[in-house]
Design a protein around this ligand. Sequence first.
Ligand code: TYM
Length: 330
Amino acid sequence: MATRVLSGIKPSSDSLHLGNYFGAVKQHIKLQEKYEAYFFIADLHALTTVHNKKQLETNILDIALDYLALGLNPEKTIFFRQSDVPAHPYLAIILNNLVPLGLLKRAHAYKDKLNRGETDQSINAGLFFYPVLMTADILLYQPKYVPVGEDQVQHIEIMRDIAAKFNHTYGQTFVLPEALLPSKQEARLIGTDGQKKMSKSIGNVISIFADEATIKKQIMSCFTDPNRIHPTDPGRVEGNPVFVYHDLINQNKKEVKELKARYRQGQVGDVEVKQKLFQAFMTYFEKPRRLRRELYQNKDKVKKILASGAVKASKTAQKTLIQVINRVGL
Ligand code: TYM
């Protein structure tokens, strides 16, 4: 049997950003050439934050368009919507009974909310049980690898704990899947604020498919070296988000090398470095952006791709679910 990979993206906003791309989607596109791949839109997970029907529907379609435009090949890959496969929440309900609350209380997403001043009154149970649904997402397909960015590693560890607990309780059922991460810089892409990882909820993003004016604004407002006041001051390149992005996106390596050297010597202003980044960005994503405009004209095709993906995904998921149902005595 071919080695299998699986991953998902939550449609909690209407456009993928550079962090999603370098942390996850770029890998997914590459891996589909070599492995049997399952990629899905985690729309049930988006319900933790999106409580508006229109918004959710728009986000789902947008993320599907983004994914396809970036190179996901539905001929090779099983591409589907999580909510089209009811086995996901079904397995999650079963697994809930094997998970100590303490394990979920240690989950970063939950702890971060508490640290930001939220309470058990404002945090919904969906967010709390998020790692269990994610466990079900993965175990149903028995992938060898789960290609994700670093922020998902704890979820993968929780998934492995739950799978091991299931095996221990009911007999060997699941082989434990592993996280697959890209390079360190890509696995936790820094945000435009230069502080935290790039994240939809913080808003420190560069969106891949926004209009040019928005992207320009996102790039031009990027933080650089906070200690550099004048363009004639020597600047720091390492960890500087603008250069992190140049390294990943700018295909003109000679230009990047020269910009870095001039920056270190105080011979180039931030504006020029950012303008060059904007140009490099537009070149790097030129084809996907064009492809997305074309796909947008043909939304029915996208819906058909997801529908046919759901049929194939359901077959695999159902097999595992039946095995689980038999094991637990339902
Ligand atoms: P989500 O939608 O937040 O992010 C999708 C993918 O993008 C990666 N990512 C990043 N990588 C590097 N740097 C960043 N700044 C950055 N921001 C986001 C994420 O690590 C992720 O790989 N819980 C998941 C969705 C999910 C899932 C699954 C994934 C649901 N079920 C099963 C794998 C397997 C999430 O919210 O990803």
